[in-house]
Design a protein around this ligand. Structure first.
Ligand SMILES: Nc1ncnc2c1ncn2[C@@H]1O[C@H](COP(=O)(O)OP(=O)(O)OP(=O)(O)O)[C@@H](O)[C@H]1O
Ligand SMILES: [Mg+2]
Length: 452
């Protein structure tokens, strides 16, 4: 029965006519039923919905037009094919105008009706599938672009969509690699400022004085080295969004200046005495626990209240293991586009199970790095549990980087150790600097030197 091409009701007051059509349709894989009046046909449709209706037009009492109207009332998308006597083409045209799918003139060839019904039912199921697919996609990604179907990610995406239209500040909270920057870009791209600038600044990456002139600008000659006037990021982001990444690492003195700008809506660049109006949406992010930073005096409470209008908390990946297979799929697809040499890789079910169970201290970024690495090194191969175990072992029990086998000059050991720490935090220089207790700008400088 489930192989049926669909259920068709055949309605004709000449019952032998209807029965002949029904028998033919059954022989061709349909589930068909004959009715000898419009009334009986409509009752049959009410009793059990059909995929298509084939009805005679001219019948005593309830005619084909009535059947058409009743069927479409019960199910607007139902295809209704009208059978008309020769010479009744005008009423057939009227039926089409009222929503009939097609008409056939008696006497007709049975295979013509069969093909018509197959097509009508096929189109309808494609339409239904599309609707279902669109709904599924919408539910999986409600507004935001974060991949994941866990309740946590759905809530984040939903919140992104809701705040995108407003100008209130947003505070994005989450561990390293959870997608804080992605959320910020999403909110910007989803809102009315999408065509204006999205300006990002990492408050942990620059020394205080530099960060200050970056943010607020400076007038030429206002300090040694200020050879040119700089507008500052607030002015650059005017009309758009300013993303203050790692806000928890902003020095206290700058926090005070930032607060003033937020309160007055005006920026004053270094060395200038005029203030400039700004219209900037602020999105701030941090992996730090700002409440405890307030307690220890590292973060200003008044600034916190200003920024924390809409907090968006992204849960760590280990709390939403359901998302791991989906993210794997996502990064595989994206990686295949990025690395032309990588065809594709697959995972054994055991490998996926291990990845789902892993704690992911570097969160989504760590997973992304793992997939990219496999794409590059294991082209076209299947990733098995052993491969996953090997990588996890490398992450979790690394060799002692501070104790190399050979004897090395101190700077080389330092270099290696920094590389090792960076690797363990998924490349997050801010986190690495925190662990190493050095200024993040040192790491950024080193990064640049290493690259050049
Ligand atoms: N839910 C997600 N779906 C798809 N990609 C994601 C998701 N979450 C994170 N990513 C990807 O993971 C990487 C890390 O994300 P992002 O840089 O936004 O994290 P972060 O929270 O800002 O990290 P950090 O605190 O280290 O700066 C990016 O490449 C991002 O595109
Ligand atoms: Mg970030």
């Amino acid at each position: 029965m489930d192989k049926s091409k669909g259920r068709v009701l055949v309605i004709d007051d000449a019952l032998e006519m209807a029965t002949a059509v029904v028998e033919y349709l059954r022989r061709h894989g349909f589930e068909a039923e004959a009715f000898d009046s419009g009334q009986a046909g409509i009752a049959g449709f009410r009793a059990r919905p059909a995929d298509a209706v084939l009805t005679d037009l001219r019948m005593k009492g309830t005619d084909g037009m009535d059947v058409l109207r009743a069927a479409r009332e019960l199910e607007p998308e139902i295809p209704v094919v009208i059978m008309t006597a020769f010479g009744a083409v005008e009423s057939a045209v009227e039926a089409i105008q009222r929503g009939a799918y097609h008409y056939v003139t008696k006497p007709f060839k049975l295979d013509v009706v069969r093909v018509l019904l197959e097509r009508a039912i096929g189109e309808r199921s494609v339409r239904a599938e599309n609707v279902a697919l669109r709904r599924a996609v919408r539910e999986a990604i409600p507004g935001g672009s974060l991949v994941g179907r866990s309740a946590g990610i759905r809530a984040v995406n939903e919140l992104c969509r809701r705040v995108a239209g407003a100008t209130t500040p947003v505070l994005v909270l989450g561990e390293t690699g959870t997608g804080k920057e992605l959320v910020a870009r999403d909110i910007h791209a989803d809102g009315p400022r999408r065509d204006a600038a999205f300006v990002a600044v990492n408050c942990a990456a620059l020394p205080e004085s530099l960060l200050e002139s970056e943010l607020f600008g400076h007038v030429r000659g206002s300090f040694t080295g200020a050879t040119q006037t700089r507008r500052g990021l607030f002015v650059e982001a005017n009309g758009g969004t300013l993303f203050l990444d790692e806000i928890g690492d902003m020095p206290l003195a700058l926090q005070a200046k930032l607060l003033r700008v937020l309160e007055t809506g005006e920026v004053r660049s270094l060395g200038s005495d005029g203030a400039q109006k700004t219209d900037v949406r602020i999105i701030a992010a941090t992996h730090r626990d700002l409440v405890s930073d307030i307690r220890s005096g590292r973060f200003r409470q008044d600034l916190y209240f200003r920024l924390n209008v809409v907090p968006i908390r992204i849960p760590p990946l280990r709390e939403r293991a359901d998302d791991v297979p989906l993210l794997l799929e996502h990064f595989l697809r994206r990686g295949a586009q990025r690395f032309s040499q990588a065809t594709s890789i697959t995972f054994t079910p055991e490998a996926v199970a291990l990845l789902v169970r892993y704690a992911w201290p570097g969160n989504v970024r760590q997973l992304e790095n793992a997939v990219d690495r496999w794409l590059i090194t294991s082209e076209g191969r299947e990733i098995a549990a052993a491969d996953v175990r090997a990588l996890i072992a490398e992450w979790d029990t690394p060799e002692h980087p501070a104790l190399p086998a050979e004897m090395l000059p101190l700077h080389a050991v330092e270099e290696r150790y920094i590389a090792w720490v960076l690797d363990r935090v998924g490349g997050n220089k801010t986190r690495a600097a925190e662990i190493l207790q050095i200024d993040p700008s040192t790491l950024y400088r080193r990064g640049r030197q290493r690259k050049s």
